[in-house]
Ligand binder design. Structure first.
Ligand SMILES: *[C@@H]1O[C@H](CO)[C@@H](O)[C@H](O)[C@H]1NC(C)=O
Length: 622
């Protein structure tokens, strides 16, 4: 069983994610803001809800399931007398936790026998038990060290209602560390947690980012005492080397090309859009490209201006637009300038060496068989098709703790899905968004489309957009931005009324009110997206763009032929030569880029009965 378990872990896809941490001093509203995309093709998008409960029996056991794989890991005691209300990745005290998986050195990733706590369960257990970042770090360390850490290297984002924001990086201790006092195997993880100074912005994306760290500054940096010792034990760090020069990221997650190009490049895309240093993008471009791994980017940076939540949402829509990594123009972008590519991210190309050695046919055939394989990759942008759910959370220190967190949830790709606001104290989640996850021991089928679920309808819209990206994305972007602006105004009103209720009638009345708002908004947005899919489907059907035209008796519409871009036409002709060339001697045919105009004028002639040669009409009708 153990063997099988280990084998299954190895083949399980870890979530690949992106996080942004904005401290209150870097935000227009004075709120902490956290963005988190949970990216996995097998993750069903839901907003998890764990209602609070009191617990008389602290020894009562509860089952733990691995969030990534759904595998049962074992049981642990309840421990707590009371738990807090958890909505998504936030709780009623204003604690918010996000993460991205960095994996790390092979010997310590997914390699603690009998470990019971995976990183997903760690998040939701901690949200049920902790009120502040400091408490959360304490709880996480307790859970990992007591019950074992079952996952790979992780970067966690933590924020609380006081506005503190921390990044915590952990990796398991493996199986070989023995406790001097007890003589027993030491479970759990080594870790470093660093506070992001107020006024700064940090980010992480599947690559460890904490390098060297201060040892005598517990206000701003905490770490496990054996963080260096464990590395020395596994031969990852020289016993003679200066422990103060120890870099967590370099030792436990050594950077390579893919780590930079597909992980750090996402951080670069965030930092370079908002940095106060106008040279930032240029300075670290080679690093992000994976060409200069020595030039590490800082853990956090100062922004050129304070950020709104819309700014943060915008950062999470990036497909590397206007950068050297923009993939929407090369041949892989297809006919519709798409930045999306099929997986896997890394692919190999077999290149056989052609040899036309006429003199020695034997040698020729032998060499024909010698093939070399070269690895290539696709860009990995922040916005990605496989996102299961994502949020941008506002954590507002100026609000009562029950109203502190508003998380803006999307159930798919952070560039093509709408976001609905949910308060951290909500007692109910709108049905289209509600659901349990694999961490609850629940399997959600991903083989049956369900119109009643936001995940499916948002995926429908996204996938329709992917199919004709250049035509659909601008329209969809506008829809999302308009919706966001509208909901933003609504949240301002709801805040005002909820605060009044809080002061006049107490927290319960305020919580009831924001719960109702969340449920109604969720239902409304879901309905909107159902009908938006219908609208987009009708409008972008059969490779036409159907636009309204009232005076058209046949359909009240016009079927516009969008044509192909000049770049695409050139590429086709380059690859196919004369194959599609219209024979010389034919009369001029209208450029179908303006097909609707051509059709229009020709039909007018046709209708008025003056057209002699109807051949051209058929060109347009074909
Ligand atoms: C996992 O840990 C065991 C025991 O410490 C070690 O022998 C093994 O090599 C590790 N696995 C990997 C893949 O490194």
């Amino acid at each position: 069983m153990k063997k099988i378990l280990t084998a299954l872990f190895v083949t399980t896809t870890a979530r690949a994610c992106t996080d942004i941490l904005v401290t209150p001093g870097a935000s227009v509203e004075g709120s902490a803001m956290m963005a988190y995309n949970a990216d996995s093709p097998t993750l069903f998008g839901s907003i998890y809800h764990y209602p609070p409960y009191n617990n008389d029996d602290e020894t009562k056991m509860r089952s733990i399931y691995d969030w990534d794989s759904g595998i049962y890991l074992g049981q642990i005691p309840e421990e707590s007398k009371e738990t807090y209300n958890v909505v998504g990745n936030s709780n009623e005290y204003g604690l918010v936790i996000g993460e991205s998986t960095f994996g790390g050195v092979r010997v310590l990733a997914y390699n603690q026998t009998d470990a019971k706590i995976d990183y997903g369960s760690l998040i939701w257990l901690t949200l049920q038990r902790a009120k502040t970042v400091k408490e959360a770090i304490h709880t996480m360390v307790h859970l990992m060290d007591t019950y074992g850490y079952a996952s790979a290297g992780e970067s966690f984002s933590l924020a609380d209602a006081t506005g503190q924001m921390w990044m915590m990086e952990v990796i398991g201790r493996g199986n070989d560390i023995i406790d001097d006092k007890t003589g027993e195997r030491k479970l759990g993880a080594v870790w470093v947690a660093q506070r992001i100074p107020d006024g700064m912005v940090a980010a992480h994306a599947n690559q460890a980012r904490i390098t060297t760290f201060p040892r005598q500054d517990p206000e701003n940096c905490l770490y496990s005492e054996d963080v260096v010792e464990v590395a020395v034990h596994y031969g990852l760090y020289d016993a003679e080397a200066d422990p103060l020069a120890f870099s967590f990221a370099d030792v436990y997650d050594p950077l390579d090309f893919i780590g930079a190009r597909q992980g750090e490049a996402r951080v670069w895309s965030i930092f370079s859009q908002i940095s106060s240093d106008p040279q930032f993008a240029q300075q670290y471009q080679d690093y992000a490209l994976g060409n200069n791994l020595e030039l590490r980017m800082p853990l956090y940076m100062q922004t050129k201006h304070k950020l709104t939540k819309e700014d943060v949402m915008h950062l999470m829509t990036s497909h590397y637009e206007n950068t050297v990594m923009d993939a929407s123009q090369d041949v892989g972008s297809g006919l519709f300038a798409s930045p999306y590519r099929p997986r896997p991210l890394v692919w190999s190309l077999e290149e056989s060496t052609q040899n036309n050695n006429e003199e020695d046919p034997m040698l020729r055939s032998k060499e024909k068989q010698s093939k070399s394989t070269t690895q290539y990759h696709n860009e990995r942008s922040i916005a990605t098709a496989k996102t299961g759910w994502s949020f941008v959370a506002e954590i507002r220190p100026h609000m009562p703790r029950e109203l502190a967190v508003v998380s803006w949830y999307a159930m798919d790709d952070s560039s093509t899905a709408p976001r609905v606001p949910v308060y951290g104290s909500s007692r109910k989640i709108a049905e289209p968004f509600a659901g349990k996850g694999s961490q609850d021991g629940v399997t959600t089928s991903l083989l049956q489309m369900d119109w009643s679920k936001a995940f499916w309808v948002q995926n429908l819209v996204s996938n329709w957009c992917y199919s004709r990206y250049a035509d659909v994305y601008p329209v969809l972007r506008q829809e999302i931005d308009d919706l966001q602006a509208d909901l933003s105004e609504k949240v301002k009103q709801v805040d005002r009324i909820a605060l009044e209720l809080y002061q006049e009638k107490g927290p319960d009345a305020a919580i009831d009110y924001v719960t109702l708002f969340g449920v109604n908004t969720g239902n409304t947005v879901h309905g909107k997206w159902q009908s938006l899919f219908g609208t987009l489907f009708a409008r972008f059907r059969d490779f036409y763009t159907i636009v309204p035209k009232n005076d058209e008796p046949v359909c009240g519409c016009q079927a516009v032929e969008p044509g192909m871009s000049e770049a695409v036409k050139h590429r086709i002709v380059q690859e196919t030569g004369d194959h599609y060339k219209v024979a010389k001697g034919d009369k001029d045919h209208p450029d179908l880029l303006n097909g609707e105009n051509a059709k229009e004028s020709e039909r007018e002639v046709f209708i008025s009965g003056k057209k002699e040669d109807v051949g051209d009409i058929f060109t347009a009708i074909l």
